[in-house]
Design a protein around this ligand. Sequence first.
Ligand SMILES: Cc1cc2nc3c(=O)[nH]c(=O)nc-3n(C[C@H](O)[C@H](O)[C@H](O)COP(=O)(O)OP(=O)(O)OC[C@H]3O[C@@H](n4cnc5c(N)ncnc54)[C@H](O)[C@@H]3O)c2cc1C
Length: 370
Amino acid sequence: MKYDVLIIGGGPVGNYLASILARDYSVAVVEKKNSFGGKACTGIIGAENYETLSLPKKAILNELYGATFYSRIQSFSIGRKSPQAYLVDRKTLERELAKSAMKHGAEYLMSTTFKGFKGGRAVLQHLGETLEVRAEFYIGADGVNSTVAKAMGAKTKAEFLSGYEVEVLGEFEKRNVEVWVNKEITPEFFAWVAPIDEETARVGTFGSIESLNRFLRLRMLKPTKILEFKAGPVGFGWRKPWVRGNVALVGDAALQIKPTTAGGIVYGMLCARALRKALLEDKPENYWNYCSWVRNQISFGLRFRKLFLGLDQEAIEKIFEVLGSKEAREVIESQADFDDHLRTAKAILKRPRLLAKLIKVSPSLIKALL
Ligand SMILES: Cc1cc2nc3c(=O)[nH]c(=O)nc-3n(C[C@H](O)[C@H](O)[C@H](O)COP(=O)(O)OP(=O)(O)OC[C@H]3O[C@@H](n4cnc5c(N)ncnc54)[C@H](O)[C@@H]3O)c2cc1C
């Protein structure tokens, strides 16, 4: 078997990449599971990029227009007239992208695990049988614990966290996400409540199962009303290089994840597009440069994450006072971007009054953010 491109990993990013490469190249995708979906993931994707990337409407379960932010003692809401994000069904998203890739000619090898490289070939295991596949170019889209990254000798400098999420029955505002920032309950990350409808939501946090249980108690959600429980890892940081010779990494395999929210689907897909561009030019080495927007977002997110870890709840309460003010909410409502957190921070810090108040909370805050 010989292909132009072999993609290892049939998750959302691998399947998206296959769908956009299959018109120009002979493409095969290797997926170790026997069906798509199943990964722990809330499935929130920014609406604007959902359209830009032409992702399947069929996967959308709910449209999210706004968010309410809660600290220990305060809350404020941000709302828009159009959907800012979609909550999707991961299985449908991955299947639809795989179907599109197949229709454009991509071949799928399901229940097949990539083991490593040998003599320029990929060594694969399919139901106990070992096979070797040759391709001109290999792409690791095999998630946070990427085997391809290890095989190509990529180095990782990152913080790894476990995410815990439940689908639970309760009462929810269907169009509104809840973001809870309370270090006494969830010290390592915020907790989220993402409604699927008025009576079901995906609720989760990163850190420990105890944090999630504390949060469920605080939010008065019953452990006996859980429909589904999932856990999975996320990595905030850098894994480099993103390309070496005829091997590249994309999506979670390259840690193309927002350290602010742990969202990785859009950044992975934007980088998949960048990789396609570099491959079409026959200059894979340009891939890194073509991802500069995503890299800037990751750099900003890492500074934000460091700052968050250093703040105590008192400082968070003071920041909430500033962000909950009428002026700040107006800026966020008019200029915040679901995927461009750097732009959102700059828009807030451009307002002299807000800047002055935030400097008072912590002078290092401004330095860290910009
Ligand atoms: C609790 C939690 C909540 C999250 N919520 C969101 C969210 O709301 N929005 C968002 O954008 N992101 C979210 N994320 C992050 C998101 O899940 C990832 O960024 C996204 O799944 C990355 O897609 P991917 O295709 O790069 O990797 P993956 O989804 O991890 O897919 C990798 C694929 O490769 C396959 N694979 C792995 N190893 C091999 C191998 N050796 N051989 C063959 N196949 C292999 C796997 O089976 C898998 O199908 C969340 C993550 C967690 C943990």
